[in-house]
Structures are given as structure tokens and as C-alpha cells.
Design a protein around this ligand. Structure first.
Ligand code: 1HE
Length: 259
């Protein structure tokens, strides 16, 4: 079933999984204002019943990042506001409450990498490469990369990428945590869908806690982080669904870990 009236995104519902595609393949899914607005619109109000989102890019590249053609003539204040619009959008992706699984191929570059690292599970094909050409373009990251990309690969490695334009290939990206699964050519989307369906079977409150509490706790001092973890645990463990799932395991009805 197709849904939504987006010009630059495709949205397809497969049960409780929404498959969202960046749809500017002619421009290598460069992110211009209308596209960022549509991403924001989708993640701020996902269709009812959706429990997990799969994000992918149409064509041979996931995303070439910021659309440089519309960025050229902005003044400082406009760039500031534009950057904050990206922050709001990727905040909605990361902390909107729904787990997001990303399928990647080809370029995952600049703002494309900022978008990918706002998502929770990343699957890459062998063609995937990661780069931050901001230095070469004379600009800086503005879509949250200095926080989110640096959290994944470290500020030092991010600086090296931005300074030298060094691109990392799919295998290197896997070792660095930029992807969590490395699959064959053409297999990222099916794998992402498979993972999304597994995630959709989890208790919604557990999924919500993972995507909302973990990144916040990572930003807290130890004492506050541990206190917040206990609060989250208290909410999750006392839910009716948790009680039933724990009982199911003890009565040999629930899946074993690793299955
Ligand atoms: C674009 C963009 C774009 C492609 N903005 N138009 N991002 C970059 O610096 C990456 C720039 N793009 C590339 O390096 C390459 O396009 C790719 C390696 C991604 C793909 O190469 P290729 O040979 O497949 O495609 P192409 O021929 O370079 O591009 C096809 C068309 O897409 C072409 O337009 P056309 O009208 O001549 O057909 C390109 O101009 C266009 N295109 N990428 C605008 N990014 C919030 S801050 C975030 C900061 C950043 O993201 S910086 C990184 C910017």
C-alpha cells in the first residue's frame, strides 16, 4: 500500500513497517529544502500503526548530502536557520520514538551520513562509501554530524575525514560502526526489512526506551544516567506486555536469546 503525497519521498506501508525512500536519484538524493521538509513531515507524524521505519535511497547512491546548488547564495543567518531546520528534522528521526533501519549503497556523504547516523540500525552494501567533503567544499557540517557522527566514529576520525576528504569503503565502515550489517549487492533493503520486522515484534515500550533513553543517557553524567536507566527499567518491566513476555519465556513459549 502506498501512502502520503510527497514529491521527493516514497512511502510504502508493509504491515507495521513503513518503507521510506529518498527519491531524487537524478541528483544522487542530494538533500534540498523540500526534501528535508518532507523528511521532517513524515517523522513528525508517521502513519498510525507504524512501529518501525526502513529508510533507503532510490538509485545507486543513498545520499550525496546537502544540495550544494541551493546553498551557494545563503547569508550567515540563513545558514544558521537552515542548520537548525536540519537539527529539528534529524532529532525527529532519532528521537521520534520509532526505530529506523537504514539501507545504504553508494555515496553516504556529508548530510547523507548525518541522516544515516540519526537512524538506529544501518545495513550497507559493498558499493557503500562514506565521506565528509565539507573541507573540500569550504563548509562545515550543519546537520548534527559533529555530535552524531563523532559519537559513532570518534571526533578524531571525523576530523581526519573532514580535513583530508578521505572516503572509507563499506568494509572499513563496518569496522568503524557506520554500518551494523554488511550484505551483498542489492541485499540491503531486503535485510533492512527483515530486521525491521523483527524489531516490530518487540514490545513497543522497549523499542521506545531504546531509541529515546539510550542516546540521552549517553549524554548524561554517570549518576544521572544510572538513575534514568532505573526509571526507564521500572516503566518497562512493570508493563503488562513485559510480564506476559517474561512469563512466556519461563513457560517455554518465548524465543531464546540469539534465535
Ligand atoms: C548534486 C549533489 C549535491 C550530486 N548537491 N547536486 N556533498 C558533496 O560534496 C557530494 C557531491 N556529489 C558527489 O561527489 C557526486 O555527485 C557523487 C559521488 C555523490 C555521485 O557521483 P556521480 O558521478 O554518480 O554523479 P554526478 O554526475 O556527480 O551527479 C549527478 C547529478 O547530481 C549532477 O547534476 P546534473 O544536473 O549535472 O545532472 C550533480 O551536480 C548532482 N549532484 N550531488 C547538488 N550534493 C547540513 S550540512 C551538510 C554538509 C554536506 O552535506 S557537504 C557534502 C555535500
Amino acid at each position: 500500500m502506498s501512502t502520503g503525497s510527497f514529491a521527493h519521498l516514497t512511502v510504502e506501508l508493509q504491515g507495521s513497517v513503513a518503507v521510506v525512500g529518498l527519491n531524487r536519484p537524478d541528483k544522487r538524493n542530494a538533500i534540498h529544502d523540500p526534501l528535508i521538509d518532507e523528511i521532517h513531515q513524515f517523522f513528525s507524524a508517521p502513519p498510525e500503526g507504524v512501529r518501525v521505519v526502513v529508510l533507503h535511497g532510490h538509485g545507486p547512491h543513498f545520499s550525496s548530502g546537502l544540495d550544494l546548488s541551493e546553498h551557494r547564495d545563503r547569508d550567515a543567518f540563513e545558514v544558521m536557520l537552515h542548520s537548525q531546520k536540519w537539527h529539528r528534522t534529524f532529532h525527529a528521526v532519532q528521537l521520534g520514538g520509532l526505530p529506523v533501519v537504514t539501507a545504504m549503497q553508494g555515496a553516504v556523504v556529508g548530510g547523507g551520513l548525518e541522516l544515516a547516523t540519526s537512524t538506529h540500525v544501518r545495513v550497507a552494501e559493498p558499493s557503500t562509501f562514506y565521506a565528509l567533503p565539507e573541507g573540500q567544499r569550504g563548509i562545515f557540517v550543519g546537520g548534527g554530524g559533529s555530535v552524531r557522527i563523532a559519537r559513532v566514529i570518534g571526533a578524531g576520525r571525523m576530523a581526519e575525514m573532514m580535513l583530508t576528504g578521505h572516503a572509507y569503503n563499506a568494509q572499513e565502515g563496518q569496522a568503524m560502526g557506520l554500518s551494523h550489517h554488511l550484505v551483498g549487492e542489492g541485499e540491503a533493503l531486503p535485510k533492512a526489512l527483515d530486521l525491521a520486522r523483527r524489531i516490530a515484534d518487540n514490545a513497543p515500550l522497549s523499542n521506545y526506551a531504546v531509541v529515546n533513553a539510550l542516546p540521552r543517557i549517553a549524554d548524561m553524567a554517570q549518576s544521572e544516567g544510572l538513575f534514568t536507566e532505573s526509571l526507564m527499567a521500572a516503566m518497562a518491566q512493570t508493563s503488562t506486555e513485559a510480564r506476559e513476555r517474561m512469563r512466556a519465556f519461563l513457560e517455554k513459549r518465548g524465543p531464546k536469546a540469539g534465535a
